[in-house]
Every structure is written in structure tokens, then in C-alpha cells.
Design a protein around this ligand. Structure first.
Ligand code: NI
Length: 173
């Protein structure tokens, strides 16, 4: 197990396009994903997802947590590992909501994104994943996959007026 250092906005790796993973089943990728899971867990709920470039590895690997729909009464989450992802927007409808990012600590901002998508990719066994997602789930996937294209959420903001420190917002909203 290893807890990895998070790259913060300003580190050039966050602006790079991540490379495709040749073999999702390789021990190297398994170990990377394990370390990313440890890192996310160590941050204790301050993040719901992590992309490999955020731990200084420019590969198309993301992990994220989504609420477990099968056990909606509990607070349990489902952790997804997605390799070489592709996203297709299924609607012209958008939703605007708050986002934060471990690479942009302390801040949050409102981002507008399509609210229904189809995403696909591979898991650690090389099996194909294909999922239709809406709302929060769709937002998380789009945010994490943006990291693979060198995009941080402030670059997606239509209006920087809502970019704020969470510590400050707490007093005023
Ligand atoms: Ni992020």
C-alpha cells in the first residue's frame, strides 16, 4: 500500500493528455489502482474520485465512488475503476452544480455539464464496462475523465464568479 502525492493546479502533468493503457490487466496498473484507492481513502471523504494524472501518472485510469443504488437506504458507495474511458453525451440538457477537486484544494465552483451520458471503458480484468449515468454520477465521471484530457474544472466554468474558497462560503451561504 502506498499513499501518493497529489499534483496541484500549476503542475504541468495536469494539463497533459494521458496515454492509453496497453494492458489493463498488468500488475503495474493493478498496483497503480491500489495506490490510488489508498490515496483516496486516506483523504477521508474529501474527494469522490481520482484520475491517474493527479498522482503524477499520465495514463488513462480513473477511480470514482458513486452512491450504491441497490442499497439506497444506506450510505454505502460503489467504487468504479475505469480504464481508457470514452464518454458520449446522451442529452442536450445540462445541469449546473458545485464541483471541487483534490488538485484545486480549498476551492469550489459551479460547472455546467450534460446531465445524461453513456460511458465505456475497461476494468482491471480487461472486461468492458458500459454504463448510462445521470445527475451526480454523470458529473463525477465527466470531471474525472476531463483530467485525462488535461482539463481542470475551473476551465469548464462559464462564469468565474462562483469560484470560491469553501472555508469562506461556509460563513456566507
Ligand atoms: Ni478533479
Amino acid at each position: 500500500m502506498a499513499i501518493l502525492k497529489i499534483a496541484k493546479m500549476g503542475h504541468p502533468i495536469l494539463l497533459e493528455k494521458a496515454k492509453k493503457v496497453d494492458d489493463p490487466t498488468s500488475p503495474k496498473i493493478k498496483s497503480l489502482v491500489n495506490d490510488m484507492l489508498d490515496t483516496l481513502k486516506d483523504l477521508g471523504g474529501s474527494g469522490v474520485g481520482l484520475a491517474a494524472p493527479q498522482v503524477h501518472v499520465s495514463l488513462q485510469v480513473v477511480i470514482f465512488e458513486i452512491p450504491n443504488e441497490e442499497e439506497s437506504k444506506t450510505n454505502s458507495v460503489r467504487l468504479i475503476t475505469l480504464i481508457n474511458p470514452k464518454i458520449q453525451s446522451l442529452t442536450k440538457n445540462t445541469e449546473t452544480d458545485w464541483e471541487g477537486c483534490l488538485s484545486v484544494p480549498g476551492l469550489r465552483g459551479k460547472v455546467t455539464r450534460p446531465n445524461k451520458i453513456k460511458y465505456s471503458g475497461l476494468d482491471l480484468n480487461g472486461n468492458k464496462i458500459e454504463t448510462i449515468a445521470e445527475g451526480f454520477h454523470a458529473r463525477v465521471v465527466q470531471h474525472e475523465c476531463d483530467h485525462l484530457f488535461g482539463i481542470l474544472y475551473p476551465q469548464r466554468m462559464k462564469n468565474l464568479e462562483s469560484l470560491q474558497f469553501v472555508s469562506e462560503a461556509r460563513h456566507w451561504s
